[in-house]
Design a protein around this ligand. Structure first.
Ligand code: TRP
Length: 328
């Protein structure tokens, strides 16, 4: 069975865009592949977060991913810093990673520009840590967005280079797994573009009914169609796209017909949409809240994931040490 692996950067709470863009595919992937999903807390140290923030975001990610349906029994969900073997492999990969190639990585160059006072070695060697994350489980497929393509190329290069140097066929080259083409793009409700945290237009999975309603009622619309069957302007089209995602076909058709007859009342549409978003989110939200308030369960998940991931990583490390010339 092929192995799929993905690293999750701590970036706050999950919103509907994250859910339909990625998390939902993870939930499906765990049925077909051997899956590793880990929280990239070592990577997050490049920005020197406060210990309390680390604890909080790790807890949030665990609760939310498991609440969304990642099953700790089916997939291995773990915290990167629980698997020390990753750090050892990172050290080995760094010995064969060159300053020039690391400096040429676009995301590194962006960081040099945006935070010139904190250009640390962790930032420079981000690609070798990411490569270690991936090849330590000999992952074949890595679901990533376009922004990670260069890091993936580096991971392939480091895997190939290790094999070359030691004359072995040990690490498989991890392929990027683009789910974005298949995944649904969730629009923002502020007139244009997609839903995102930085766009400030996100509906979070843990938003309560009132918050959802408030956000949806604020959505941008227009004066309404003046001619039958007119093309919907983007803000209105976005509301319909959202409806396509969370509402039934009947509901969608009902409002679409109203729009086409110029009888649409956006207030009614928004009320329905808020209700349907809430109906969709409510069971997920309840699971997230239940899990996040159960520290014993969270600890159990983390421990179980760490055990499974460590077993896989330790096997690789024994073999790698032997290949390098160390005692296994
Ligand atoms: N770099 C990824 C991001 O920014 C997170 C990540 C770290 C990752 N290690 C990984 C993703 C390994 C896939 C595989 O989103």
């Amino acid at each position: 069975m092929e192995t799929v692996l993905s690293g999750i950067r701590p970036t706050g709470n999950l919103h509907l865009g994250n859910y339909f863009g990625a998390v939902q595919s993870f939930v499906k992937l765990q049925e077909e592949y051997k899956c590793f999903f880990f929280i990239a807390d070592w990577h997050s140290l490049t920005t020197h977060p406060h210990p309390e923030n680390i604890r909080k975001s790790v807890k949030t990610i665990l609760s939310e991913y498991v609440g969304c349906g990642i099953d700790p029994e089916k997939a291995t969900i773990y915290i990167q810093s629980d698997v020390r073997e990753v750090a050892e492999l990172y050290l080995y990969l760094n010995m064969n990673a060159y300053l020039g190639e690391l400096e040429r990585v676009t995301s590194f160059k962006d960081k040099v520009r945006s935070q010139p006072d904190n250009v640390n070695a962790g930032l420079l060697t981000y690609p070798s840590l990411m490569a270690a994350d991936i090849i330590i489980h000999k992952a074949n497929k890595v679901p990533v967005g376009k922004d990670q393509e260069q890091n993936m190329e580096m991971a392939r290069k480091f895997a190939r280079r290790f094999n070359m140097i030691y004359g072995v066929e040990y690490f498989p080259e991890p392929a990027s797994f683009h789910m974005t083409e298949k995944a649904m793009k969730v629009p923002g409700l502020d007139g244009s573009g997609k839903m995102g945290k930085s766009e400030g237009n996100a509906i979070y999975l843990i938003d309560d009914e009132k918050t959802i309603k408030k956000k949806v009622m604020k959505a941008v619309t227009d004066g309404g169609p003046t001619q039958p069957d007119s093309i919907k302007p983007e803000p209105v089209a976005n509301l319909f796209t959202m409806m396509e995602i969370v509402s039934t076909k009947d509901t969608y058709d009902y409002f679409n017909d109203k729009y086409n007859n110029c009888e649409i009342r956006y207030g009614d549409l928004k009320k329905q949409l808020a209700e349907d978003i809430n109906a969709f989110c409510a069971p997920i939200r309840e699971r997230i809240l239940a899990i996040s308030s159960d520290d014993a369960y969270l600890e159990k998940i983390a421990r179980f994931g760490a055990e499974k991931a460590t077993e896989s990583a330790a096997k690789t490390l024994r073999e790698v040490r032997e290949i390098i010339g160390f005692r296994p």
